[in-house]
Design a protein around this ligand. Structure first.
Ligand SMILES: NC(=O)c1ccc[n+]([C@@H]2O[C@H](COP(=O)([O-])OP(=O)(O)OC[C@H]3O[C@@H](n4cnc5c(N)ncnc54)[C@H](OP(=O)(O)O)[C@@H]3O)[C@@H](O)[C@H]2O)c1
Length: 336
């Protein structure tokens, strides 16, 4: 079988296609033949050595993949050969709050990931994917969709009639827009690109703001909500956007801290958080129970993930470069 590995040192130029021995499942394990994968910003950071510079190499990157169960080891009862499953992001985080150990079990670093024709996972580390989705569509779910779901639905408990502000139009944010619309919320989407904002309206966005031409977008969100403020913010920008998020949110509102696209550390003014009783909550993807709950919602609502481009998996480097360009809307995927 073939796989891509980051070899020698970090950098996209060191992502190489290699031949490896075929795999066999041990007791409690399943062997998957990969059919599709999707890219996350984290994968890019991992390959560039910015996510964890101490990650041992070689590493097969990518957290998100869908495959067919080819064979199962002794004692496997959760799935059977022929089933179509996705790997879960943190292989040992099945339910409840994360533990330190569970957070070290993530695919695509530190554990080997999905950019391979075959992978072996624990039977506990896979979930069946919604039947109405293609392989590529289903491959968008493990990280981006689940992060949006956990931030907005599980932790945010979004309600009909609430207002949600979603930053940008990348993978996590478009799922957050879709889940917010599904929940009956009004959604404000920000983007650097007016054409992307138009597409966001097509997906149900109530209002849009170009954050390039309106840098004080927090104030604009306040105006759009007649001075009330939004109930939830999907914060993917990080320290570069947090001040605007705090300007946009209502007293007692919720900021779901997910990403660091515009910076990971800076001086933060804590006063709005305490003076306005804000709930600023971190998100780290989600557990298997969250994934299964999300899949039930996706099936019940026939929700369709938004695909940007699908590349042949052997063009993984080109696909990662496309993700890095920020030109995409929704998910960049790979087909095996
Ligand atoms: N905590 C977690 O569990 C978790 C899980 C998944 C992802 N993440 C993080 O969340 C972030 C998004 O991940 P992703 O995979 O969705 O990335 P992505 O698909 O690459 O999203 C990129 C998009 O984000 C938008 N963006 C960039 N800078 C922005 C800014 N300053 N303000 C508003 N929007 C901005 C841009 O949208 P426009 O082109 O429309 O401007 C850009 O196209 C990353 O930092 C990633 O590491 C965290």
């Amino acid at each position: 079988m073939r796989a891509f590995e980051i070899q020698g040192s970090f950098g996209l130029q060191n992502l190489v296609l290699v031949d490896k021995p075929d795999l066999a499942p041990g007791p409690g394990q399943v062997l998957l033949k990969l059919r599709a994968a999707s890219l996350n910003y984290r994968d890019l950071l991992m390959i560039q050595g910015k996510y964890n510079p101490r990650q041992p190499l070689p590493l097969v990157p990518l957290s998100d993949g869908v495959g067919e169960v080819l064979a199962v080891g002794d004692g496997v009862t959760r799935v059977a050969p022929g089933d179509r499953v996705a790997g879960i992001f943190a292989q040992a985080w099945l339910d409840g709050a994360p533990t330190r150990e569970a957070l070290k079990s993530t695919l695509g670093g530190p554990r080997g990931g999905m950019l391979a024709e075959q992978v072996v996972l624990s039977q506990d580390g896979v979930v069946r994917v919604p039947a109405h989705l293609s392989d590529v569509e289903a491959a968008t779910l493990p990280c981006a969709a689940l992060t949006a779901w956990r931030g907005l639905v599980e932790q945010g408990a979004v309600k009909p009639g609430e207002t949600v502000l979603v930053q940008g139009t990348g993978g996590v944010s478009i799922f957050a827009l879709q889940f917010a619309v599904l929940a009956g919320a009004r959604v404000i989407v920000t983007s650097s690109d007016d054409q992307k904002l138009e597409r966001a309206r097509g997906l149900g966005a109530w209002q849009t703001i170009n954050y390039r031409t309106t840098p004080a977008w927090g104030k604009r969100a306040l105006e759009l909500t007649e001075g009330k403020g939004v109930d939830h913010v999907i914060e993917v920008g990080g320290t570069g956007t947090l001040a605007q998020s705090m300007a946009a949110v209502r007293p007692g509102g919720h900021i779901s801290v997910i990403g660091i696209l515009a910076g990971a550390s800076a001086e933060v003014n804590l006063l709005p958080i305490l003076m306005q009783n804000l709930r600023v909550l971190g998100v780290v993807v989600g557990n298997r129970a969250n994934f299964e709950a999300m899949n039930r919602a996706i099936e019940a609502s026939a929700l369709m993930p938004v695909l940007d481009r699908v590349f042949p998996w052997t063009d993984a480097r080109e696909a990662l470069e496309h993700l890095a360009s920020g030109r995409h809307f929704g998910k960049v995927c790979l087909q095996f």
